[in-house]
Design a binder for this molecule. Structure first.
Ligand SMILES: Cc1ncc(C[n+]2csc(CCOP(=O)(O)OP(=O)(O)O)c2C)c(N)n1
Length: 663
């Protein structure tokens, strides 16, 4: 054990780096780093298994700062422990453009940061996914190479957010005993005392969700260490309520919301230096303190080297498989698996709902890509995300590949992010498209971080029928397409569904949403080849009989309506082509000349999608007609709804004829 004096000085180094960096930036949050410095010091010097020279060592312990506003805590620790890139110059550039020290921690900016945090509640829920991935990989590869813990530091705000309950429930149920959450229980948030807005007994809440819980003095290093050791021995996840003082050390501001999110000011910083006996100038670390921290950082090298040896001792095939999965490389077998599904679909023909098409694809590709971990938010039979061979994961058996997430869309989406960030698994899950709203903050973070997670979103329009407008997405396609980086894939038949799955898996650095129908759709693609036509985002699926007078554009379930409309138009002597657009994003990423060719120059252009028009003008231009939705849906059989809202082949053909008449 460090002497108390050494501990205090090491913790104070975090406090002063944070105070001084916030002061230099003239913005930021000093209160949490000052209050939680003792917790971080014990964690990083006594507990955490890490090696700053190998930030991506697969068997490192994960540390998630769920309260991302306290980013200076993390930057201070990374610098002190010896993460090479987090230099003192970077600390001085806190919150500056292009620095490695942005306002909130970004995993894609700074090595050593496990996940982007900032939206409260996301970190703790993401950490649940990391802990799940650890157990899944340990079940496959053994604890010789997969045996680490996930630690979270969260704040009051993290626990106020509803997602924290979804996460707690899931972790407690799954008995994620290697998940340890340290709650910075300082009783202060932005508006003042937390008692002005809440009175939940958090320990009772977590206990009720199956967690071990304990309460300690968050400034007592021995108590912190003892609580963590007890947590590691528990058979359940643990919540440690660490009573701390926000802004610890500041004579005038400690314990008050004033220190949460603004610089202390030169005078108060000087007073804090005097109070804590800190003589070093801003950004200077006394040599005894730096030596102590660097020794803590170097201590993990031995464990890491021992792990390297254990990995080397694995049977060659296991080792290669482990390394492949951790690198996120797909198995060779995927291409042949996709082609086999396409060939079978063409042979079988017939009408199939794309949610069912997706199941047919999953039956084959989950065999080829065994790191795929499926799931559903209690809609397994509707989302069709449980492949034929998939076994459910249970609290006592993680050898399966399917997660019953329960009715917890938000917690599910965040856990998927954590699984993807952990590496070694590819998470996909199921939900209704209309409830993607419930996942949206986590999907947004997946896109920001560039993580490969695949959301299967079924029941994608009024085509779901009788459940009515609460369940019928109208604005959701536009809302998802608005998220930068997210691939929104809406296939029209089984062949396109296979291609969209291939795209989603091959997109290693972005999330995908697969938008699938409840209702049956005819097979439109008559031939199966190796070529992935959907990968271009849009392509001509039906050619015109002569130079096209009308071009019809559609996605998903409306492509077959456009194809019927084209037949009507052709019968009236209007040469008509149909363009299927499985992905706006992939199409818009292509060069303008290629796009112009796909869009064509027919005088009449009509777009069809059972959703709002928003977003379509960028594809077809504002001069095109649009057949879709302008209101919420209604409760009735799907066919009647399509007729009621005018999304029919007749209407599409009529709009094209109108345009030609005006021409
Ligand atoms: C989802 C979300 N809502 C609001 C915020 C803005 N915000 C940042 S910190 C905070 C609350 C601060 O209280 P607490 O979590 O106790 O942190 P502490 O004051 O102890 O640092 C809020 C509302 C946020 N980051 N995320």
């Amino acid at each position: 054990m460090l002497s108390r004096t050494s501990h205090d000085r090491m913790a104070n180094a975090i406090r002063f780096l944070s105070m001084d960096a916030v002061e230099a930036a003239n913005s930021g949050h000093p209160g949490l780093p000052m209050g939680a410095a003792d917790i971080a010091t014990v964690l990083f010097t006594k507990v955490l298994k890490f090696d700053p020279t190998r930030p991506f060592w697969p068997d490192r312990d994960r540390f998630v700062l769920s309260a991302g506003h306290g980013s200076m805590l993390l930057y201070s620790v990374l610098h002190l422990a010896g993460y090479e890139k987090v230099t003192i110059e970077e600390i001085k550039r806190f919150r500056k453009l292009g620095s490695l020290t942005p306002g909130h921690p970004e995993n894609f900016v700074t090595e050593g940061i496990e996940t982007t945090t900032g939206p409260l509640g996301q970190g703790i829920a993401t950490a649940v996914g990391m802990a799940m991935a650890e157990r899944l990989l340990a079940a496959r590869f053994g604890t010789d190479v997969v045996d680490h813990h996930t630690y979270v530091l969260c704040s009051d705000g993290d626990l106020m957010e509803g997602i924290s309950q979804e996460a707690a429930d899931l972790a407690g149920h799954l008995k994620l005993s290697k998940l340890v959450v340290m709650w910075d229980d300082n009783k202060i948030s932005i508006d003042g005392a937390t008692s002005i807005s809440g009175s939940t007994d958090q320990l009772a809440r977590f206990a009720a969700s199956g967690w071990a819980t304990t309460r300690i003095d968050g400034h007592d290093p021995e108590a912190i260490l003892a609580a963590i050791e007890a947590a590691k021995a528990s058979d359940r996840p643990t919540l440690i309520a660490c009573r701390t003082t926000i802004g610890f050390g500041s004579p005038k501001k400690a314990g008050s919301e004033k220190v949460h999110g603004s610089p202390l000011g030169a005078e108060e910083i000087a007073a804090t230096r005097a109070a804590l006996g800190w003589e070093a100038a801003p950004f200077e670390i006394p040599s005894d303190v730096l030596t102590g921290w660097r020794a803590a950082g170097a201590a993990g090298a031995e464990a890491r080297a021992a792990w390297d040896a254990r990995l080397a001792a694995l049977p060659a095939a296991d080792r290669a498989e482990f390394e492949r999965r951790m690198a996120g490389a797909l198995p060779q077998a995927l291409g042949a698996a996709i082609l086999a599904v396409k060939e079978k679909a063409v042979k079988d023909g017939g009408a199939v709902a794309t949610r069912k098409s997706s199941e047919l694809v999953l039956d084959v590709i989950t065999e080829a890509v065994p790191e795929m971990i499926g799931g559903s938010a209690d809609l397994t039979g509707s989302n069709n995300t449980k492949a034929k061979g998939a076994k459910s994961i249970t609290p006592d058996d993680f050898s399966g590949t399917f997660v019953h997430y329960g009715v917890r869309e938000h917690g599910m989406a965040a856990a998927m992010n954590g699984m993807a960030l952990h590496r070694g698994v590819i998470p996909f899950s199921g939900g209704f498209l209309v409830f993607s709203d419930y996942c949206r903050p986590s999907i947004r973070l997946a896109a920001l971080m560039g993580e490969r997670v695949v959301h299967v979103l079924t029941h994608d329009s009024i085509g779901l029928g009788e459940d009515g407008p609460t369940h019928q997405p109208v604005e959701h396609l536009a809302a998802l397409r608005a998220i930068p980086g997210l691939l929104v894939l809406r296939p029209c038949d089984t062949v396109e569904t296979a291609e969209c799955w291939q795209i989603a898996l091959q997109s290693a650095d972005r999330p995908s949403a697969l938008i699938l129908s409840r209702q049956n759709l005819p097979l439109l693609r008559g031939a199966a080849t190796d070529e992935n036509l959907a990968a271009g985002g849009a392509y001509e699926i039906v050619a015109a009989s002569a130079k096209a007078q009308a071009s019809l554009f559609a996605t998903g379930s409306e492509v077959s309506i456009a194809v019927e409309a084209a037949k009507l138009l052709e019968a009236q002597g209007v040469p008509t082509r149909v363009v299927s657009i499985p992905s706006f994003e992939l199409f818009l990423e292509r060069p303008a000349a290629e796009r112009a060719k796909v869009i064509g120059d027919a005088p009449a252009k009509v777009a069809v999608e059972a959703a709002i028009r928003m977003g379509w003008d960028a594809i077809v231009g504002s001069d095109a007609a649009f057949v879709g939705m302008t209101s919420f849906g209604a409760s009735a059989p799907a066919k009647e709804l399509y007729a009621h809202f005018g999304i029919t082949a007749d209407k599409v053909a009529a709009r094209a004829l109108d345009l030609l008449r005006q021409d």
